[in-house]
Design a protein around this ligand. Structure first.
Ligand code: SF4
Length: 389
């Protein structure tokens, strides 16, 4: 989001807040369901948070252990820096195995990597009946057993994935657990916080088995900007996210503006934290200023991620490192004004926190920057749209 697209974001926000909408930000149902499932929900959330943090704080060592165990089981791992690197390696595998048709299962991570759009461009046919090759996103990798935790929406999907001759799995670097016993907690938390009910998903703990000489199980582990988050300690906890979207449900701003202004797979409070890092700071530095610091997202998060604090940490960081100039400050203030103008949001609970704390640091030179991927998938799509116009 450069200054121009930021202005577009602002005008979409203005449009959204002027549209009459019934905003419901109650979290009562989630609380009731979780209390019916767990005797002490807070203890479970702390446990989940500790498991995730333990993995993230020692991410590279844990991934090395997983790599060893998965490979010993007969699977092959492909390490990828970003979406372009991933797609290049994937097409090389398709070429080697003469794959022209795949059974692709939609996931948010696939969308982030632009898999479906890229298949269209490369004329790889997506065939939902195909039994020769599936492309699927597991819910987690299990470090100690070198296996994958798979979650299915139907028994047909389950059968197709498990019976496929060539299995291609895609995982981001942060979606791992240590042992199979931990799956239970996260399955329940995900179901309750995502869908507000506790229903048993169809799942499988899949351990690769080599068939003949040709390896038939491939796992692509993709960073795609996550190590930028890892490098900035203050917001590292964002990598614990399980993608339940509960924070969106209780965000007063997101409930008004919705997905549209973000135009990205990441949106809402979580998007405000990670987008500047998985895309790039220069284009997304304004986003944290769309937060009213109400703290609802931190309270609801099943993994106890202090999202509101992470958003504040981003604001401070962008000022301290000199990413914000005078025009950015004007735009950020303007966004704060726009988003606090709707009467629904002006109830007491928001009012006291509405003032965005802007630290006016004398713009320092940017001495320290992360290394970002040159152009992310989403930016590439936006640029090509602009070129087409
Ligand atoms: S930050 Fe927490 S509440 Fe938001 S999507 Fe992630 S796990 Fe769910």
């Amino acid at each position: 989001m450069n200054t121009d697209s930021y202005k577009d974001f602002l005008s979409l926000c203005k449009k959204a807040i002027n549209t009459e909408k019934n905003v419901n930000i109650s979290s009562e149902k989630i609380k009731n369901v979780s209390q019916g499932v767990f005797r002490n929900v807070d203890k479970v959330r702390t446990l989940a948070s500790n498991i995730k943090s333990k993995f993230i704080n020692d991410l590279s060592d844990n991934l090395v252990i997983f790599d060893k165990n998965f490979s010993e089981n007969g699977g092959e791992i492909h390490w990828c820096v970003a979406y372009d690197d991933f797609l290049e390696k994937l097409y090389k595998l398709f070429e080697k195995q003469k794959i022209k048709k795949v059974n692709l299962f939609y996931s948010k991570f696939m969308e982030e990597l632009g898999v479906e759009k890229s298949f269209e461009q490369k004329e790889i046919e997506i065939d939902r009946e195909n039994k020769d090759c599936i492309v699927f996103s597991p819910s987690a990798g299990i470090v100690n057993t070198g296996s994958l935790f798979l979650n299915f929406t139907s028994s047909i999907d389950m059968e197709q994935v498990l019976a496929s001759k060539l299995k291609i799995f895609i995982l981001p670097i942060n979606e791992f657990l240590f042992k199979p016993e931990e799956i239970e907690i996260f399955s329940h938390l995900y179901s309750i916080y995502k869908d507000e009910i506790d229903y048993p998903y169809l799942t499988s703990l899949y351990t690769p088995q080599p068939i003949g000489k040709e390896n038939n199980v491939h796992l692509f582990i993709v960073d795609n900007g996550r190590s930028n988050i890892l490098a900035y300690k203050e917001i590292r906890k964002a990598l614990n996210c399980i993608g339940c979207d509960a924070c969106k449900k209780v965000c007063p701003v997101f409930n008004i503006i919705g997905e549209k202004p973000y135009d990205n797979v990441f949106s809402g409070p979580y998007g405000n934290v990670v987008l500047p890092f998985v895309e790039n700071i220069e284009s997304y530095k304004h986003l944290p200023f769309s937060c009213t610091s109400c703290g609802n997202c931190s309270v609801i998060c099943p993994i106890s991620i202090p999202i509101s604090d992470l958003i504040t940490a981003n604001k401070h960081y962008f000022f301290e490192k000199g990413f914000m100039d005078v025009s950015d400050i004007r735009l950020a203030k303007s966004l704060g004004r726009v988003l606090s103008s709707r009467s629904k949001m002006n109830q007491k609970v928001w009012k006291k926190n509405l003032k965005i704390k802007i630290l006016l640091n004398n713009s320092k030179n940017i001495s320290e920057k992360f290394t970002f991927t040159k152009t992310t998938f989403n930016q590439q799509q936006t640029n090509s749209k602009k070129n087409d116009e």
